[in-house]
Design a protein around this ligand. Structure first.
Ligand code: ADP
Ligand code: MG
Length: 381
């Protein structure tokens, strides 16, 4: 089984996909650290790092720009030669604003959109805008060519399709009837405004607190000048996703449902002709031995150390439960291996502590970057 390093050879973009809570942010950051320590200039684009992890990477004051992780923090981890670790916290709204600024004809057109209340609502709520903006930022940084590798920690989508479809959805929205209806001079807004439905409008104004139609038509008119730029950009973002320099790593947990999801993600990625690089199964529990421990025996053994039979029994029950979970994890992973045939599957154990700093990430990397042999020794040792 290859390590993450082999999987990522010659790639410029690694997209970590998977549902929320499985360790996607942790895995993205660990991959970033590992590749930086192998001499690459890496930038991790993250979404929602737990506060302690963000703090320890120096991410706390980050806006939407890449910031270098203090090399002093990394020195103990043998960063090789030119290796650099950078990180940024994605902000969908800021990225959308920057996109508007880029495509606006002039400052006035830009401000007309940015200051518009409809835009402010839409930029937050547009279906998939978080997913799209993550890729938009990825595209922007990739075209600057400053980094050897970009690792994208994706938003917790229910579905990897939300993510793959995001550029298409944005284009559809722009090209779609709802938007066109407002932009055309004979469009809905113009008709409503022209027909003197004054009563309805003034009631609406009272309800929503501002002149909805005026804002709507102003927004869509200002936006219409940007449509070609947006559409073109969305197509380019889309083709970057399928590029051979880009690959997807699916992160999942070892429970039944996450494993099913990983299998589903895999099939969707294949269907969409994306480069599937492998699965990281995170927080795997391992058995302590090969036999199911017996409650009485185990309690006695623990009791002889603790001299507290009540506590000993509770610990014993806990261990037996853990053993059952480990058995179940192994079954689920076997099923995953069967379903994915020859695809790489890398297991990372459930560590004793939370992963909230560089040392924790380095611990994860003993598994992500270890050879098969090292990993199985670590897992059983
Ligand atoms: N292998 C692991 N062992 C122990 N704790 C882990 C492991 N991987 C992640 N964690 C912890 O689990 C929590 C969720 O991880 P996170 O990466 O934020 O998940 P996600 O980004 O998928 O929502 C964090 O507190 C993290 O420190
Ligand atoms: Mg996360």
């Amino acid at each position: 089984m290859p390590s993450i390093e082999q999987i990522l050879e010659d790639r410029e973009i690694c997209i970590c996909a998977g549902s929320g809570g499985v360790g996607k942010t942790t895995t993205s950051a660990a991959i970033g650290l590992g590749m930086a320590s192998r001499g690459l200039k890496v930038c991790v684009l993250t979404i929602d790092p737990a506060k302690r992890l963000a703090d320890s990477l120096g991410l706390e004051e980050l806006g939407n720009e890449a910031t270098r992780v203090d090399p002093g923090l990394l020195s103990e981890h043998q960063i090789n030669g030119d290796g650099e670790l950078w990180a940024m916290m994605l902000d969908a709204k800021e990225t959308f604003d920057a996109l508007v600024a880029r495509h606006a004809e002039d400052a006035e057109a830009r401000d007309r959109v940015l200051d518009n209340r409809i835009y402010q609502q839409i930029s937050n709520a547009l279906a998939g805008s978080q997913e799209y903006m993550a890729m938009e930022k990825l595209f922007e940084i990739h075209s600057e060519g400053r980094f050897d590798l970009l690792v994208l920690d994706t938003p917790p989508s229910r579905n990897v399709l939300d993510f793959l479809d995001a550029p298409k959805r944005l284009t559809q929205f722009i090209e779609g009837r709802s938007l066109q209806m407002f932009i055309r001079p004979t469009g809905f807004a113009a008709r409503v405004a022209g027909r003197g439905t004054g009563v309805v409008l003034s009631v609406l104004k009272k309800i929503v607190g501002f002149d909805l139609f005026a804002d709507l038509s102003e927004f869509f008119n200002a936006f219409s000048g940007m449509i070609d730029g947006f559409r073109d950009r969305a197509h380019r973002v889309s083709s970057l996703l399928g590029d051979e320099k880009t690959c997807f790593v699916v992160v999942c947990g070892p429970q039944g449902e996450p494993v099913d999801e990983a299998v589903y993600f895999h099939s969707k990625l294949m269907e969409n002709e994306m480069n599937f690089a492998g699965v990281v199964v995170n927080r795997v529990r391992y058995r302590f031995g090969t036999k199911v421990p017996k409650l009485r025996e185990l309690t006695d053994r623990i009791d002889s150390e603790l001299d507290d039979s009540d506590l000993a029994e509770r610990i014993a029950r806990n261990l037996i439960e853990y053993d059952a979970l480990a058995v179940r994890d192994a079954k689920n992973i076997a099923r995953l291996t069967d379903s994915l045939e020859d695809e790489p599957i890398i297991r990372v154990p459930y560590l004793d502590t939370d992963v909230h700093d560089i040392d924790g990430l380095a611990e994860i990397n003993r598994y992500l970057f270890g050879t098969e042999e090292e990993r199985s020794r670590l897992a059983t040792g």
